[in-house]
Ligand binder design. Sequence first.
Ligand code: NDP
Length: 337
Amino acid sequence: MSVPSTSREIHLASRPEGWPTDENFRLTEVSVPELQDGQILVRNTNMSVDPYMRGRMNDVKSYVPPFALDAPLDGGAVGEVLESRSAAHKPGDTVLHGLGWRDYAVVDGTRARVIDTDLAPASAYLGALGLTGLTAYAGLTKVAEFKEGDVVFVSGAAGAVGSLVGQIAKALGAKKVIGSAGSPEKVERLLELGFDEAFNYHDGPVKEQLAKAAGVDGIDVYFDNVGGEHLEAAIAVMNKYGRIAMCGAISQYNTTGAPTGPRNLALAIGKELTLRGFIASSYNQYADEFAQLMGAWLREEKVSYDETFVDGLENAPQAFIDLMKGANKGKMVVRLA
Ligand code: NDP
């Protein structure tokens, strides 16, 4: 393929207040610069949209710097190397890197990893075989210290991270896995994926539905993707010495009012609960261990992953908004080519 002279990219035009809208984003055409030593030119084929990006759209200090206004957004992407001035890459390689939200990316060779597309399609490295998968694995096994025989509850269970958490827990010998999600179709999908119990959180109070699903077993581990009412319900139903991995709080990412719940945190004292927040990248030392296990689980069909594709860079902002509204099953991926 010939080297392009221009590329399209999505800029942050303004910072969202509450829910993002189309106006917060701008599609811009830019020229493709000549490569410097050590750089590669990548034709992005798939890019990731992730809930954490919402936090980066605010001008607040966090564990990742905020996106700049009138500059391209960034995030996980995979693509084909078109041109290389890096000794570690050659044209035709498929790479994973951090400059998504654009059709073509000029990437420092040290920040692009060649991926094996014989093992799985490139898009899987944005999800099950990438940071999403590591989040699920590390959050469950290292943060919540899952052990065989535990009863596990996961919220956001039909999403990218959640659907893997439930399946990994089953593969590692959970006694029971319970998932919550936002539609009857998603609940059905969870049961197909091997969850023992699943409920639609729109059907009634989470605490009641969770208590019913848990029954006399209670829950030992809660993997929290949602926060708010879900976290409060889990604390209420949790067994003594229960462990909670605080992964995300998506119910609060687009709210402008005061955050809700949990109002029952004091229960953690008598139950001697552990609540531990985490950031996946702090668990990179487990990436190889995880890659080996996940490779085997996929081959043995103990774990499978769903992907929801949206086509075209111009539709990436809407895909991001739709992700937070629950339009996805499994990983939301924008296909660029
Ligand atoms: P998902 O694929 O799970 O997509 C987001 C899902 O959130 C939607 O599909 C929607 O599903 C659900 N959702 C939206 N609003 C609500 C709500 N009010 N209550 C309950 N569910 C809601 O995204 P990811 O798997 O990428 O991320 C899941 C969570 O993990 C997020 O909170 C994210 O921020 C966090 N995360 C944290 C990381 C870390 O390092 N700590 C790394 C990666 C992700 P539904 O239809 O079921 O409502």
